[in-house]
Design a protein around this ligand. Structure first.
Ligand SMILES: Cc1ncc(COP(=O)(O)O)c(C=O)c1O
Length: 451
């Protein structure tokens, strides 16, 4: 006999199906890539975080195999008891070298990194957390776990943030954290890091930036939002994932000041009471970072000049590549015909930017509603959740996999198809996907009524 709880669950599931909100998990039958096989159909994948195309890169896969041979499958322990292996130490050193920070500590996911960091640093009602309303769910839930006071400012509204920081309660607070995504996962826009840093400094708050969609994507050498704005320093804590651009497996980290990381190793419950990263992930992610760091020798960034340059110059440099005002292939360093596996990090980043520019220009040319920007997250706003879900299905039948998102993931009336571009896509992949989008959009005129 079913319990009341089971009957309640069944009724809710029924309602999700009835209202078109039931999520289907498609079965991916080949490795993640620009094209794959899903539910028995060959598709172009426009909906993964495989930004650099490293998820099935031979160097990354070989490194994972090497770790399996050297260390076995797993640690069979949490970090502080018997689970810290040389591969974890090596990975954390590499993350520090990559970002240019004092220390890093890894978690089983970036979700756990956020859930470990936020409640640990703001663990009393005397503390205060200031968070952008569109921050990732892991940050929202981590704030719920914290005992600190909460101040949620409207997305990117730094005037409101400043007002909140200036309230008597905030001024009285002991520890203050300002938390933001670097690249917002549903909008694809970039946080105003210089202005946030200035506010944080002025109000004695620690700035935490979640770089999950920025790592390996933004900045001349893919080091993220700080590099993008040319404001790398040692006062910001960052969290990020190994599950997107850096190999696409799993794992996350907190990187920044030694004192913060050391404290987390002592106190963060999601690390203390959960197994360490599998060695395959450590070595695979290290290989992904090596690929990303390659090819920058002799460039401004590779000669140690990455801290230099004004903010405006940085912004303009990336913007030019991303708008595609010039030949998008010009920055491939003569690699247009080279096998993908042989491309350096610099070439991958150039390819990613050329692909992003092509996709963004194509979506705009179709007259669809998007949010302008430079990141590989290209939302197509279609209005109602049911429209997004029906368009997702229609696109799948055309051989393009792209996810539709509706309320509550995004605000009501702003349901969207979220296109995500990878360096591994060819121009042909993008053009085929755009043609399918044009065809499907014809059948859904209501999609043009979106934002
Ligand atoms: C901004 C942001 N933070 C954190 C996460 C969680 O990352 P992970 O998959 O490593 O738990 C994600 C994943 O979607 C994300 O987009």
């Amino acid at each position: 006999m079913q319990t009341t709880l089971e009957r309640t669950l069944a009724a809710e599931l029924h309602q999700l199906r009835e209202t078109g909100q039931y999520k289907q998990c498609n079965e991916v039958q080949r490795p993640q890539g620009p094209r794959t096989r899903m539910d028995g159909r060959d598709v172009i994948v426009l909906s993964s975080n495989n930004y650099l195309g490293l998820a099935n890169h031979p160097r990354v896969v070989a490194a994972g195999r090497e770790a399996l041979d050297k260390f076995g499958l797993g640690t069979a322990s949490v970090r502080f008891i018997c689970g810290t292996m040389s591969c974890h130490v090596e990975l954390e050193r590499k993350i520090c070298a990559f970002i240019g920070c004092e220390a890093a500590t890894t978690f089983i996911s970036c979700w756990d990194a956020n859930a470990g960091l936020i409640p640990t640093l703001a663990n009393s009602p005397e503390d205060a957390i200031f968070s952008d309303a569109l921050n990732h769910a892991s940050i929202i839930d981590a704030i719920r776990l914290s005992k600190g006071q909460r101040f949620i400012y409207k997305h990117a509204d730094l005037k409101q943030l400043e007002e909140m920081l200036s309230t008597p309660e905030a001024k009285k607070a002991r520890n203050k954290l300002i938390i933001t995504d670097g690249v917002f996962s549903m909008e694809g826009d970039v946080a105003d890091l210089p202005a946030l840093k200035e506010l944080a400094n002025r109000h004695d708050a620690l700035l935490v930036i979640d770089e999950s969609h920025a790592t390996g994507v933004l900045g001349e050498t893919g080091r993220g939002t700080a590099e993008h704005f040319g404001v790398i320093d040692h006062n910001t804590v960052q969290t990020s994932t190994l599950g997107k651009a850096l190999g696409g497996s799993c794992g996350g980290y907190v990187a920044g000041q030694q004192v913060v990381c050391e404290y987390l190793v002592q106190k963060a419950r999601t690390q203390l009471f959960s197994n360490a990263l599998p060695p395959t992930v450590c070595y695979g992610s290290m290989a992904a970072i090596d690929v990303l760091m390659s090819g920058h020798e002799g460039t401004h960034a590779g000669t140690g000049g990455r801290h230099a340059g004004t903010q405006a110059q940085r912004h303009e440099g990336e913007g030019q590549r991303a708008t595609g005002a010039t030949d998008p292939n010009r920055d491939l360093g003569g690699a247009a015909g080279t096998a993908f596996e042989a491309l350096s990090g610099r070439q991958l980043l150039a390819r990613l930017r050329a692909n992003v520019a092509r996709c963004r220009a194509g979506v705009e040319a179709l007259g669809l509603h998007t949010i302008p920007g430079i990141t590989p997250i290209v939302p197509v706003i279609v209005g109602e959740t049911a429209t997004a879900i029906r368009m997702q299905k229609a696109l799948f039948e055309e051989g393009v996999f792209v996810s539709g998102f509706g309320f509550p993931v995004v605000p009501k009336g702003e349901a969207r198809l979220r296109c995500q571009i990878s360096a591994a896509h060819s121009f042909e992949d993008i053009d085929v996907a755009l043609r399918a989008l044009a065809k499907v959009a014809e059948r859904f005129p209501e999609a043009r009524g979106g934002r």
